[in-house]
Design a protein around this ligand. Structure first.
Ligand code: ADP
Ligand code: MG
Length: 303
């Protein structure tokens, strides 16, 4: 289990993380979300031991993770980290990059392991391709496979699918997160994409203003978004009488005291997102059909 106790960290004099406390169990998937600049990447680097803490402790089971002041070689066998900017060896092939840290003592096993990992990241046809000729998204997948090669107990992934196109993203996510679960590998995934979280993460930690705003299951936070920041992660939302309503929690009814005027309709595939005016404030709701501009509609929240 990873145990983070009273962790605070600053770059020079600027505090980025203040008094964080959380745990990640074996095989658990924790998503770290927050706006750009909220400290997601910093948190992963600190957990990896790349920097010295201002205060606090990080433990993986009984091993304390120490920064460079106390630990000359950064990194531990049980923990792997895939940075937002991955560094691969450009002049050797994909399979050589992945196998780089695997023992040559059992060539057959090495071959098998590499093939298995190529399948997880959906790069089997590129085994013999030199890394320098790959796209950014393909390189990101090689970096993922390389981090998994030696079967870590915990893996830290910084926006792991950010360079990968939408066609590939969905199936790759399923493949990678399934693999981690099946092998009981704990993971901490920094992301701003709800698609990386929903359906995969066991818990979701929101960083805001240097601190942990909330840490709970995605289901709980979706149903009880205490703050607009948390709600905004899940989609369009409205604050009406100090309560948060997602766009799909407001329905058009014959009459109500929420009288709105339609301003814009956005085609979203299986629904329209409607932007309307409610007493001078903008509200968003979902509707199955397109509505007329300046049409008056009444809304009612689903209870
Ligand atoms: P996120 O990953 O959530 O976008 P970061 O962890 O990259 O956020 O950055 C958090 C804050 O720390 C930002 O204000 C950023 O400018 C600052 N920061 C990041 N890296 C460094 C660094 N190496 N030196 C000084 N400040 C940094
Ligand atoms: Mg980042």
């Amino acid at each position: 289990m990873l145990h983070v106790k009273n962790l605070s960290f600053s770059y020079n004099k600027t505090t980025v993380l203040k008094d964080l406390n959380f745990k990640v169990k074996r095989g658990e998937h924790l998503s770290v979300i927050g706006e750009s600049g909220s400290g997601k990447s910093t948190l992963l680097k600190v957990l990896y031991g790349e920097y010295d803490l201002d205060s606090g402790h990080i433990f993986w089971n009984d091993t304390e993770i120490l920064g460079p002041k106390f630990n000359l070689v950064i990194g531990y066998d049980f923990m792997k980290y895939v940075a937002q900017e991955f560094d691969l060896m450009p002049f050797i092939t994909v399979e050589e990059n992945i196998g780089k840290f695997l023992s040559n003592f059992y060539p057959e096993e090495k071959q098998q392991r590499t093939a298995e990992l190529l399948e997880v990241v959906e790069l089997s046809p590129f085994a013999k391709t030199k890394v320098k000729t790959l796209s950014g998204g393909q390189k990101q997948r090689v970096a993922l496979a390389r981090a998994l090669a030696k079967q870590p107990e915990i893996i830290l992934l910084d926006e792991p699918f950010s360079h990968i196109d939408n066609f590939k993203k969905q199936s790759l996510r399923r493949s990678v997160f399934k693999y981690l679960k099946a092998h009981h590998i704990s993971c901490i995934v920094a992301t701003h994409d709800k698609e990386d979280v929903l359906g995969y993460a066991d818990r979701m930690l929101v960083l805001n203003n240097k601190r942990i705003e909330v840490n709970n299951t995605p289901e709980y936070l979706y149903n009880n978004p205490k703050t607009p920041l948390t709600a905004s992660f899940f989609g369009e939302f409205n604050t009406i009488n100090n309560r948060i309503f997602y766009a799909d929690q407001l329905n058009v009814v014959d009459i109500s005291n929420l009288k709105t005027i339609v301003k814009h309709c956005y085609f979203k595939g299986n629904y329209y997102l409607i932007e309307a005016d409610l007493n001078g404030e903008t509200v968003f709701f979902k509707n199955n059909t397109i509505l007329g501009i300046d049409q008056i509609v009444y809304l009612s929240p689903t209870s």
